[in-house]
Design a protein around this ligand. Sequence first.
Ligand SMILES: Cc1cc2nc3c(=O)[nH]c(=O)nc-3n(C[C@H](O)[C@H](O)[C@H](O)COP(=O)(O)OP(=O)(O)OC[C@H]3O[C@@H](n4cnc5c(N)ncnc54)[C@H](O)[C@@H]3O)c2cc1C
Length: 402
Amino acid sequence: MDLNFTAKDAAFRDEVRSFLNENLTDELKAHARLTPGILADHDLRVAWLKILHKRGWSAPSWPKEYGGPGWNVMQRFIWASECAAAGAPTGSNMGLSMVGPTLMGHGTDEQRKKYMPPILSGDDWWCQGYSEPGSGSDLASLQCRAVSDGDDYIINGTKLWTTGAHIANRMFCLVRTDPDAKKQEGISFILIEDFEAKGIKIDPIITLAGDHEVNQVFFDDVRVPKANRVGAENNGWTVAKYLLEFERGGAAHGAHLRNSLNKLKVIASTEHSDDGSKLIDDPAFQRKLNETDIEVTAVEYTEHRIMSQLSNGQNPGAAASMIKLRGSDTSQKITELGVEAIGYYATPHVMEARSWGSNVPPVGPDHALMVMPKYLNTRAMTIFGGSNEVQRNIMAKAVLGL
Ligand SMILES: Cc1cc2nc3c(=O)[nH]c(=O)nc-3n(C[C@H](O)[C@H](O)[C@H](O)COP(=O)(O)OP(=O)(O)OC[C@H]3O[C@@H](n4cnc5c(N)ncnc54)[C@H](O)[C@@H]3O)c2cc1C
Protein backbone atom coordinates (compact mmCIF):
# COMPACT_ATOMS: atom_id res chain seq x y z
CA MET A 1 0.00 0.00 0.00
CA ASP A 2 1.09 3.57 -0.76
CA LEU A 3 1.60 5.55 2.45
CA ASN A 4 2.14 8.95 0.87
CA PHE A 5 -0.61 11.51 1.34
CA THR A 6 -2.61 12.34 -1.77
CA ALA A 7 -4.11 15.84 -2.09
CA LYS A 8 -7.39 14.31 -0.92
CA ASP A 9 -5.72 12.81 2.16
CA ALA A 10 -4.08 16.14 3.00
CA ALA A 11 -7.45 17.88 2.68
CA PHE A 12 -8.99 15.28 4.98
CA ARG A 13 -6.18 15.76 7.52
CA ASP A 14 -6.83 19.52 7.48
CA GLU A 15 -10.55 18.90 7.98
CA VAL A 16 -9.79 16.65 10.97
CA ARG A 17 -7.37 19.20 12.42
CA SER A 18 -9.84 22.04 12.22
CA PHE A 19 -12.58 19.82 13.70
CA LEU A 20 -10.29 18.94 16.63
CA ASN A 21 -9.29 22.59 17.05
CA GLU A 22 -12.91 23.65 17.26
CA ASN A 23 -14.24 20.83 19.43
CA LEU A 24 -11.52 19.58 21.69
CA THR A 25 -11.89 21.75 24.78
CA ASP A 26 -9.16 22.29 27.37
CA GLU A 27 -11.22 20.25 29.81
CA LEU A 28 -11.37 17.26 27.45
CA LYS A 29 -7.64 17.49 26.81
CA ALA A 30 -6.82 17.77 30.51
CA HIS A 31 -8.88 14.67 31.24
CA ALA A 32 -7.12 12.73 28.52
CA ARG A 33 -3.77 13.81 29.99
CA LEU A 34 -4.80 12.76 33.50
CA THR A 35 -5.93 9.28 32.41
CA PRO A 36 -3.24 6.74 33.22
CA GLY A 37 -4.71 3.80 31.39
CA ILE A 38 -7.72 2.39 29.68
CA LEU A 39 -10.59 4.36 31.17
CA ALA A 40 -10.93 8.09 30.78
CA ASP A 41 -13.42 9.96 32.96
CA HIS A 42 -16.70 8.42 31.85
CA ASP A 43 -18.85 11.56 31.62
CA LEU A 44 -16.26 13.34 29.52
CA ARG A 45 -15.68 10.30 27.36
CA VAL A 46 -19.41 10.19 26.63
CA ALA A 47 -19.47 13.95 26.03
CA TRP A 48 -16.66 13.57 23.48
CA LEU A 49 -18.39 10.63 21.79
CA LYS A 50 -21.57 12.69 21.46
CA ILE A 51 -19.62 15.51 19.79
CA LEU A 52 -18.16 12.96 17.37
CA HIS A 53 -21.55 11.38 16.81
CA LYS A 54 -23.05 14.71 15.81
CA ARG A 55 -20.42 14.89 13.09
CA GLY A 56 -20.94 11.19 12.13
CA TRP A 57 -17.41 10.31 13.30
CA SER A 58 -17.99 8.29 16.47
CA ALA A 59 -17.08 4.91 14.95
CA PRO A 60 -14.06 5.46 12.65
CA SER A 61 -13.83 1.81 11.60
CA TRP A 62 -17.52 1.14 10.99
CA PRO A 63 -18.92 1.11 7.46
CA LYS A 64 -21.52 3.66 6.39
CA GLU A 65 -24.39 1.16 6.36
CA TYR A 66 -24.03 0.77 10.14
CA GLY A 67 -23.65 4.47 10.88
CA GLY A 68 -19.88 4.77 10.61
CA PRO A 69 -18.16 7.36 8.40
CA GLY A 70 -17.08 4.67 5.91
CA TRP A 71 -13.48 5.87 6.04
CA ASN A 72 -10.77 4.08 4.12
CA VAL A 73 -7.58 2.79 5.72
CA MET A 74 -5.66 6.04 5.22
CA GLN A 75 -8.48 8.17 6.63
CA ARG A 76 -8.65 6.00 9.74
CA PHE A 77 -4.91 6.29 10.16
CA ILE A 78 -5.04 10.07 9.78
CA TRP A 79 -7.91 10.28 12.27
CA ALA A 80 -6.14 8.15 14.91
CA SER A 81 -2.85 10.00 14.49
CA GLU A 82 -4.41 13.45 14.65
CA CYS A 83 -6.50 12.53 17.72
CA ALA A 84 -3.45 11.15 19.50
CA ALA A 85 -1.36 14.21 18.61
CA ALA A 86 -4.11 16.63 19.69
CA GLY A 87 -4.59 14.81 23.02
CA ALA A 88 -8.20 13.71 22.47
CA PRO A 89 -9.76 11.43 25.10
CA THR A 90 -8.98 7.81 24.40
CA GLY A 91 -9.87 4.85 26.54
CA SER A 92 -11.50 1.56 25.93
CA ASN A 93 -14.92 1.58 24.24
CA MET A 94 -15.83 -2.08 23.88
CA GLY A 95 -19.12 -1.32 22.18
CA LEU A 96 -17.34 0.36 19.29
CA SER A 97 -14.30 -1.86 19.10
CA MET A 98 -15.82 -5.26 19.86
CA VAL A 99 -19.62 -5.48 20.03
CA GLY A 100 -20.22 -3.60 16.76
CA PRO A 101 -17.84 -5.68 14.61
CA THR A 102 -19.14 -8.88 16.23
CA LEU A 103 -22.75 -8.02 15.48
CA MET A 104 -21.79 -7.13 11.91
CA GLY A 105 -20.23 -10.59 11.54
CA HIS A 106 -22.49 -12.81 13.66
CA GLY A 107 -25.55 -10.85 14.87
CA THR A 108 -29.09 -10.89 13.56
CA ASP A 109 -30.60 -7.84 11.82
CA GLU A 110 -32.76 -7.28 14.87
CA GLN A 111 -29.72 -7.28 17.19
CA ARG A 112 -27.84 -4.90 14.90
CA LYS A 113 -30.78 -2.46 14.77
CA LYS A 114 -31.27 -2.58 18.49
CA TYR A 115 -27.72 -2.44 19.80
CA MET A 116 -25.59 -0.60 17.26
CA PRO A 117 -27.16 2.91 17.20
CA PRO A 118 -26.85 3.51 21.00
CA ILE A 119 -23.19 2.45 20.79
CA LEU A 120 -22.63 5.13 18.18
CA SER A 121 -24.39 7.81 20.20
CA GLY A 122 -22.65 6.95 23.48
CA ASP A 123 -25.98 6.08 25.16
CA ASP A 124 -24.90 2.48 25.71
CA TRP A 125 -21.64 1.45 27.30
CA TRP A 126 -20.55 -2.20 27.13
CA CYS A 127 -18.22 -4.30 29.24
CA GLN A 128 -16.66 -7.66 28.45
CA GLY A 129 -17.47 -10.66 30.63
CA TYR A 130 -15.00 -13.29 29.44
CA SER A 131 -12.46 -13.96 32.24
CA GLU A 132 -13.27 -15.73 35.48
CA PRO A 133 -11.21 -16.81 38.49
CA GLY A 134 -9.14 -19.67 37.03
CA SER A 135 -10.24 -18.96 33.44
CA GLY A 136 -8.17 -16.26 31.81
CA SER A 137 -5.65 -17.64 29.34
CA ASP A 138 -7.51 -20.91 29.44
CA LEU A 139 -10.75 -19.13 28.66
CA ALA A 140 -12.54 -22.22 27.40
CA SER A 141 -12.54 -23.62 30.95
CA LEU A 142 -15.03 -20.92 32.04
CA GLN A 143 -17.71 -22.01 34.49
CA CYS A 144 -20.30 -19.22 34.57
CA ARG A 145 -23.45 -21.22 33.91
CA ALA A 146 -26.54 -20.37 31.85
CA VAL A 147 -29.42 -22.83 32.30
CA SER A 148 -32.30 -22.88 29.83
CA ASP A 149 -35.69 -21.88 31.25
CA GLY A 150 -38.31 -21.47 28.51
CA ASP A 151 -37.40 -18.41 26.42
CA ASP A 152 -34.75 -17.34 28.93
CA TYR A 153 -31.43 -18.38 30.37
CA ILE A 154 -30.78 -18.17 34.09
CA ILE A 155 -27.18 -17.16 34.77
CA ASN A 156 -25.13 -18.01 37.87
CA GLY A 157 -21.41 -17.50 38.40
CA THR A 158 -18.81 -14.76 38.36
CA LYS A 159 -16.66 -12.74 35.96
CA LEU A 160 -13.30 -11.25 36.97
CA TRP A 161 -11.20 -8.26 35.85
CA THR A 162 -14.22 -6.76 34.08
CA THR A 163 -13.01 -3.39 32.80
CA GLY A 164 -15.58 -0.63 33.21
CA ALA A 165 -18.35 -2.85 34.65
CA HIS A 166 -19.07 -0.03 37.12
CA ILE A 167 -19.84 2.45 34.32
CA ALA A 168 -21.40 0.04 31.80
CA ASN A 169 -25.12 -0.48 31.28
CA ARG A 170 -24.62 -3.61 29.15
CA MET A 171 -22.33 -6.63 29.12
CA PHE A 172 -21.39 -9.17 26.44
CA CYS A 173 -20.30 -12.41 27.99
CA LEU A 174 -19.46 -16.05 27.56
CA VAL A 175 -21.47 -18.58 29.52
CA ARG A 176 -21.51 -22.35 29.73
CA THR A 177 -24.71 -23.70 28.24
CA ASP A 178 -23.63 -27.37 27.98
CA PRO A 179 -21.44 -28.60 30.86
CA ASP A 180 -21.15 -32.08 29.34
CA ALA A 181 -19.78 -31.08 25.93
CA LYS A 182 -16.08 -30.69 25.10
CA LYS A 183 -15.12 -27.39 26.79
CA GLN A 184 -15.04 -25.19 23.65
CA GLU A 185 -18.31 -26.66 22.43
CA GLY A 186 -20.49 -25.92 25.45
CA ILE A 187 -20.19 -22.12 25.45
CA SER A 188 -22.65 -19.46 24.25
CA PHE A 189 -22.19 -15.74 23.61
CA ILE A 190 -24.82 -13.67 25.43
CA LEU A 191 -25.70 -9.98 25.51
CA ILE A 192 -26.87 -8.83 28.93
CA GLU A 193 -29.11 -5.94 28.12
CA ASP A 194 -30.06 -4.91 31.62
CA PHE A 195 -26.81 -4.76 33.53
CA GLU A 196 -28.55 -3.30 36.55
CA ALA A 197 -30.86 -6.33 36.77
CA LYS A 198 -31.64 -8.03 40.07
CA GLY A 199 -28.97 -10.58 40.93
CA ILE A 200 -26.00 -8.67 39.46
CA LYS A 201 -23.40 -7.42 41.94
CA ILE A 202 -20.26 -5.47 41.01
CA ASP A 203 -17.23 -5.32 43.34
CA PRO A 204 -14.44 -2.84 42.54
CA ILE A 205 -10.77 -3.83 42.19
CA ILE A 206 -8.36 -0.93 42.65
CA THR A 207 -5.25 -1.08 40.49
CA LEU A 208 -1.60 -0.53 41.47
CA ALA A 209 -1.85 3.07 40.31
CA GLY A 210 -4.83 3.68 42.61
CA ASP A 211 -7.48 3.71 39.87
CA HIS A 212 -10.84 2.00 39.65
CA GLU A 213 -10.89 0.39 36.21
CA VAL A 214 -11.58 -3.30 36.82
CA ASN A 215 -14.15 -5.23 38.81
CA GLN A 216 -15.48 -8.62 39.78
CA VAL A 217 -19.09 -9.22 38.72
CA PHE A 218 -21.36 -11.77 40.40
CA PHE A 219 -24.51 -13.31 38.88
CA ASP A 220 -27.16 -14.78 41.12
CA ASP A 221 -30.12 -16.21 39.13
CA VAL A 222 -29.97 -13.46 36.49
CA ARG A 223 -32.61 -13.93 33.79
CA VAL A 224 -31.63 -13.13 30.18
CA PRO A 225 -33.82 -13.72 27.10
CA LYS A 226 -32.48 -16.29 24.63
CA ALA A 227 -33.06 -13.71 21.89
CA ASN A 228 -29.95 -11.98 23.32
CA ARG A 229 -27.68 -14.84 22.29
CA VAL A 230 -25.32 -14.07 19.39
CA GLY A 231 -24.81 -17.09 17.14
CA ALA A 232 -26.13 -20.56 17.81
CA GLU A 233 -26.35 -22.12 21.27
CA ASN A 234 -23.00 -23.72 22.20
CA ASN A 235 -21.30 -21.95 19.29
CA GLY A 236 -20.11 -18.99 21.38
CA TRP A 237 -16.45 -19.96 21.09
CA THR A 238 -16.49 -19.15 17.35
CA VAL A 239 -18.04 -15.74 18.05
CA ALA A 240 -15.61 -15.10 20.93
CA LYS A 241 -12.56 -15.85 18.79
CA TYR A 242 -13.84 -13.57 16.02
CA LEU A 243 -14.24 -10.76 18.56
CA LEU A 244 -10.77 -11.27 20.05
CA GLU A 245 -9.18 -10.48 16.70
CA PHE A 246 -10.74 -7.01 16.92
CA GLU A 247 -9.76 -6.65 20.58
CA ARG A 248 -6.13 -7.40 19.72
CA GLY A 249 -5.89 -5.67 16.40
CA GLY A 250 -8.02 -2.57 16.44
CA ALA A 251 -6.41 -0.30 18.99
CA ALA A 252 -4.43 2.15 16.78
CA HIS A 253 -1.35 1.33 18.88
CA GLY A 254 1.02 3.06 16.46
CA ALA A 255 -0.48 6.53 16.78
CA HIS A 256 -0.62 6.31 20.57
CA LEU A 257 2.92 4.97 20.82
CA ARG A 258 4.20 7.76 18.58
CA ASN A 259 2.41 10.31 20.73
CA SER A 260 3.81 8.84 23.98
CA LEU A 261 7.30 8.72 22.51
CA ASN A 262 7.04 12.36 21.44
CA LYS A 263 6.01 13.31 24.97
CA LEU A 264 8.93 11.32 26.36
CA LYS A 265 11.29 13.25 24.07
CA VAL A 266 9.90 16.53 25.42
CA ILE A 267 10.51 15.32 28.99
CA ALA A 268 14.04 14.24 28.06
CA SER A 269 14.67 17.71 26.59
CA THR A 270 13.83 19.27 29.97
CA GLU A 271 15.38 16.80 32.42
CA HIS A 272 19.12 16.58 33.00
CA SER A 273 21.54 13.68 33.12
CA ASP A 274 24.15 13.19 35.87
CA ASP A 275 26.72 15.46 34.19
CA GLY A 276 24.20 18.32 34.03
CA SER A 277 23.62 18.15 30.28
CA LYS A 278 20.14 17.70 28.78
CA LEU A 279 19.03 14.08 29.06
CA ILE A 280 18.13 14.02 25.39
CA ASP A 281 21.81 14.69 24.59
CA ASP A 282 23.03 11.86 26.80
CA PRO A 283 24.35 9.15 24.38
CA ALA A 284 23.10 6.23 26.49
CA PHE A 285 19.58 7.66 26.82
CA GLN A 286 19.61 8.72 23.18
CA ARG A 287 20.36 5.14 22.12
CA LYS A 288 17.39 3.85 24.14
CA LEU A 289 15.16 6.51 22.58
CA ASN A 290 16.33 5.61 19.08
CA GLU A 291 15.82 1.88 19.63
CA THR A 292 12.30 2.60 20.88
CA ASP A 293 11.65 4.86 17.91
CA ILE A 294 12.50 1.96 15.58
CA GLU A 295 10.12 -0.31 17.50
CA VAL A 296 7.33 2.27 17.24
CA THR A 297 7.91 2.51 13.48
CA ALA A 298 7.73 -1.29 13.19
CA VAL A 299 4.39 -1.27 15.05
CA GLU A 300 3.08 1.51 12.78
CA TYR A 301 3.96 -0.45 9.65
CA THR A 302 2.52 -3.71 10.98
CA GLU A 303 -0.64 -1.82 11.81
CA HIS A 304 -0.84 -0.44 8.26
CA ARG A 305 -0.65 -4.02 7.02
CA ILE A 306 -3.50 -5.08 9.31
CA MET A 307 -5.63 -2.12 8.29
CA SER A 308 -4.97 -2.92 4.67
CA GLN A 309 -6.11 -6.52 5.23
CA LEU A 310 -9.24 -5.28 6.99
CA SER A 311 -10.03 -2.89 4.15
CA ASN A 312 -9.80 -5.81 1.72
CA GLY A 313 -12.40 -7.69 3.74
CA GLN A 314 -9.88 -10.04 5.38
CA ASN A 315 -9.69 -10.66 9.12
CA PRO A 316 -6.39 -9.69 10.74
CA GLY A 317 -5.87 -13.25 12.03
CA ALA A 318 -2.51 -13.90 13.74
CA ALA A 319 -1.23 -10.43 12.77
CA ALA A 320 -3.56 -9.09 15.46
CA SER A 321 -1.54 -11.10 18.00
CA MET A 322 1.68 -9.67 16.61
CA ILE A 323 0.50 -6.08 16.98
CA LYS A 324 -0.91 -6.74 20.46
CA LEU A 325 2.41 -8.19 21.61
CA ARG A 326 4.73 -5.59 20.09
CA GLY A 327 2.37 -2.70 20.89
CA SER A 328 2.20 -3.70 24.57
CA ASP A 329 5.93 -4.30 24.94
CA THR A 330 6.81 -1.00 23.29
CA SER A 331 4.27 0.89 25.35
CA GLN A 332 5.78 -0.54 28.54
CA LYS A 333 9.26 0.37 27.34
CA ILE A 334 8.26 4.02 26.78
CA THR A 335 6.82 4.28 30.30
CA GLU A 336 9.98 2.68 31.73
CA LEU A 337 12.09 5.35 30.01
CA GLY A 338 9.69 7.97 31.40
CA VAL A 339 10.40 6.78 34.95
CA GLU A 340 14.13 6.75 34.24
CA ALA A 341 13.89 10.30 32.86
CA ILE A 342 12.15 11.90 35.84
CA GLY A 343 14.25 10.05 38.46
CA TYR A 344 13.13 10.59 42.05
CA TYR A 345 10.02 12.61 40.99
CA ALA A 346 8.54 9.22 40.03
CA THR A 347 8.21 8.29 43.70
CA PRO A 348 5.55 10.66 45.17
CA HIS A 349 1.98 9.40 44.81
CA VAL A 350 -0.24 12.49 44.58
CA MET A 351 -3.65 11.13 43.67
CA GLU A 352 -5.39 14.46 44.46
CA ALA A 353 -3.33 16.30 41.84
CA ARG A 354 -4.72 13.99 39.17
CA SER A 355 -8.26 15.40 39.26
CA TRP A 356 -9.39 18.00 36.75
CA GLY A 357 -9.59 21.40 38.47
CA SER A 358 -7.66 20.23 41.54
CA ASN A 359 -5.65 22.89 43.38
CA VAL A 360 -3.22 20.30 44.77
CA PRO A 361 0.11 20.80 42.99
CA PRO A 362 2.18 17.83 41.78
CA VAL A 363 5.50 17.14 43.50
CA GLY A 364 8.07 18.19 40.94
CA PRO A 365 7.39 19.41 37.42
CA ASP A 366 3.93 19.06 35.81
CA HIS A 367 5.24 16.58 33.28
CA ALA A 368 6.20 14.18 36.09
CA LEU A 369 2.68 13.81 37.52
CA MET A 370 1.38 11.02 35.24
CA VAL A 371 4.65 9.21 34.53
CA MET A 372 4.48 6.71 37.41
CA PRO A 373 0.68 6.09 37.17
CA LYS A 374 1.17 5.36 33.45
CA TYR A 375 4.13 3.09 34.16
CA LEU A 376 2.11 1.13 36.73
CA ASN A 377 -1.02 0.98 34.59
CA THR A 378 0.89 -0.17 31.54
CA ARG A 379 2.10 -3.31 33.37
CA ALA A 380 -1.33 -4.81 32.71
CA MET A 381 -1.00 -4.44 28.92
CA THR A 382 0.98 -7.64 28.56
CA ILE A 383 -1.75 -9.51 30.48
CA PHE A 384 -5.16 -8.26 29.34
CA GLY A 385 -6.59 -9.15 25.95
CA GLY A 386 -4.42 -12.29 26.04
CA SER A 387 -0.99 -12.33 27.70
CA ASN A 388 2.29 -12.12 25.77
CA GLU A 389 2.90 -15.83 26.24
CA VAL A 390 -0.54 -16.64 24.84
CA GLN A 391 0.01 -14.33 21.82
CA ARG A 392 3.34 -16.09 21.15
CA ASN A 393 1.59 -19.46 21.30
CA ILE A 394 -1.01 -18.26 18.77
CA MET A 395 1.66 -16.97 16.38
CA ALA A 396 3.74 -20.12 16.76
CA LYS A 397 0.74 -22.20 15.76
CA ALA A 398 -0.86 -20.01 13.12
CA VAL A 399 2.20 -18.45 11.46
CA LEU A 400 5.00 -20.95 12.06
CA GLY A 401 2.80 -24.06 12.04
CA LEU A 402 4.40 -25.38 15.26
C1 LIG B 1 -6.21 -4.46 33.69
C2 LIG B 1 -6.93 -5.68 33.20
C3 LIG B 1 -8.13 -5.52 32.52
C4 LIG B 1 -8.84 -6.65 32.10
N1 LIG B 1 -10.06 -6.48 31.50
C5 LIG B 1 -10.80 -7.56 31.20
C6 LIG B 1 -12.13 -7.40 30.71
O1 LIG B 1 -12.63 -6.30 30.53
N2 LIG B 1 -12.84 -8.52 30.47
C7 LIG B 1 -12.34 -9.77 30.64
O2 LIG B 1 -13.05 -10.73 30.35
N3 LIG B 1 -11.09 -9.96 31.11
C8 LIG B 1 -10.31 -8.88 31.38
N4 LIG B 1 -9.04 -9.05 31.89
C9 LIG B 1 -8.56 -10.40 32.15
C10 LIG B 1 -7.43 -10.84 31.24
O3 LIG B 1 -7.92 -11.15 29.96
C11 LIG B 1 -6.76 -12.03 31.92
O4 LIG B 1 -6.13 -11.53 33.08
C12 LIG B 1 -5.74 -12.68 31.02
O5 LIG B 1 -6.37 -13.37 29.98
C13 LIG B 1 -4.81 -13.65 31.79
O6 LIG B 1 -5.56 -14.56 32.52
P1 LIG B 1 -5.30 -14.82 34.09
O7 LIG B 1 -5.30 -13.49 34.77
O8 LIG B 1 -6.30 -15.83 34.53
O9 LIG B 1 -3.85 -15.40 34.16
P2 LIG B 1 -3.36 -16.93 33.79
O10 LIG B 1 -4.13 -17.33 32.61
O11 LIG B 1 -3.55 -17.70 35.05
O12 LIG B 1 -1.90 -16.70 33.45
C14 LIG B 1 -0.87 -16.62 34.45
C15 LIG B 1 0.49 -16.65 33.74
O13 LIG B 1 0.66 -17.89 33.04
C16 LIG B 1 0.94 -17.64 31.66
N5 LIG B 1 0.30 -18.68 30.83
C17 LIG B 1 -1.00 -19.07 30.92
N6 LIG B 1 -1.26 -20.01 29.98
C18 LIG B 1 -0.11 -20.19 29.28
C19 LIG B 1 0.25 -21.01 28.19
N7 LIG B 1 -0.63 -21.85 27.61
N8 LIG B 1 1.52 -20.97 27.73
C20 LIG B 1 2.42 -20.12 28.29
N9 LIG B 1 2.14 -19.32 29.36
C21 LIG B 1 0.89 -19.35 29.84
C22 LIG B 1 0.37 -16.27 31.38
O14 LIG B 1 1.00 -15.67 30.28
C23 LIG B 1 0.63 -15.55 32.68
O15 LIG B 1 1.95 -15.07 32.71
C24 LIG B 1 -8.31 -7.94 32.31
C25 LIG B 1 -7.07 -8.09 32.95
C26 LIG B 1 -6.39 -6.98 33.41
C27 LIG B 1 -5.09 -7.19 34.13
